[in-house]
Design a protein around this ligand. Sequence first.
Ligand code: SAJ
Length: 428
Amino acid sequence: MEKVSIIGLGYIGLPTAIVASQNNIKVFGLEIDDKKIDLINNGISPIEEPSIKDYLSKIIKEKKFFASKTIQESDCFVIAVPTPFDKNKNPDLSFVFNAAKNIVTKLKKNNLIILESTVPVGTTEKLANFLEEHSGLKAKKEFFVAYCPERVLPGKIFHEIVNNDRVIGGICDKSCELAQKFYKKFVKGKLHVTSDKIAEMVKLVENSSRDIQIALANQISSMCDEININPFDVIKFANMHPRVNILQPGCGVGGHCISVDPWFLIRSFPQNTELLQTARKINNNKPNIVINKVIKKASDFISKNKRKPKVLALGLSFKPDIDDIRESPALKIAQKLNKKTDLLDLSVSDPFVKKEDIKNYNLNHKQDFPSRDLENYDILLFLVKHSEYKSILNTSILNTSIIFKNIFNKKIIIDPCGIFSHSVDPAD
Ligand code: SAJ
């Protein structure tokens, strides 16, 4: 395990490469995007993640790691490429098998191949067969293959890559043993060994379970809206039961994992995934529920004031405190509302999302929290529970919280994520 190639330097591959390099593994990074290669080799991270800039520039300076388009001979190859779905929601495994074609050119006896990308059950076996067919070497005897799904949470990647338990699914005992050797070099969490198919299924059910939990929270929110009670209180009190753990409602499920991975199961097991299909439907529809709420408030405002309301949407990223807008429900909501020019005038704001990332969306964007001109808006629509928004309500510095509370008291607030829901503690 001295030389390791990491294929795909994205949200998983790059941090894995960094942590492996920090732990005295000679790491080659393989990437198809020239722009990313240039950035990385200059010590600049193409992705945002706490500490990544410092870590990357250090290992590049120390020449412990570099990125390239050319695959090198290695003891181990880690595949961390994207596995998106196509327009019919069928998994697109072309990046995985392109990586495999590349590996074949350098595959030697006793090499280990680890797949970390999220894949349908059975893909690791197909990968092993593909490598065997194209290299002439025998899987389980001359080379070894394991599936070890990534489990890190964006925003906490460096902590979780080291501290999370990992599930290692080998195609044979030796594959598990070698993969354990690799992860032991930098993982402090436990390494659990199982079969490739079980490990593949584990990853898909982990993310599907989260999707279902969020769908339940979103349905609780809809029911509570109907009778005008606070869903955040309901969930908070229900979660005080020792065996209940409901997640939080929001404006939908975004990102590249939770809204995608259940489809890998739904497509493989169409008859046995009713629950997953329903959860997907509920979470996918949540942005429409928020949009309809805004439309209703805007129409009421027009009837009362004989003019269109000025709406400020706060938050655009797919979840709190990150800049990532992939599959962001908040962005979807903003885009749709932006077209309702007969009903409202929309501005958007996000402290994390970069202007250039949304330049093609034709949105009136304000980078910082526009505290000074909050007075100018009629409706404040909080779409993401950024800490900054929460802290404004709690801070007592210079009485800003009182100033904001006074402003908020005069505005129409739409708050699907519960920023304003300071639920009552049962002890009070
Ligand atoms: N969300 C809610 N309510 C909640 C929690 C999340 O509406 O209570 C929304 C978020 O706002 C966001 C979406 O769900 O739009 C997904 O966010 P997330 O924090 O649940 O998940 P990801 O996509 O950032 O990361 C998940 C994680 N999986 C699990 O927690 C089971 C992470 O550990 C995985 O590594 C990652 O998917 C992945 O790459 O598969």
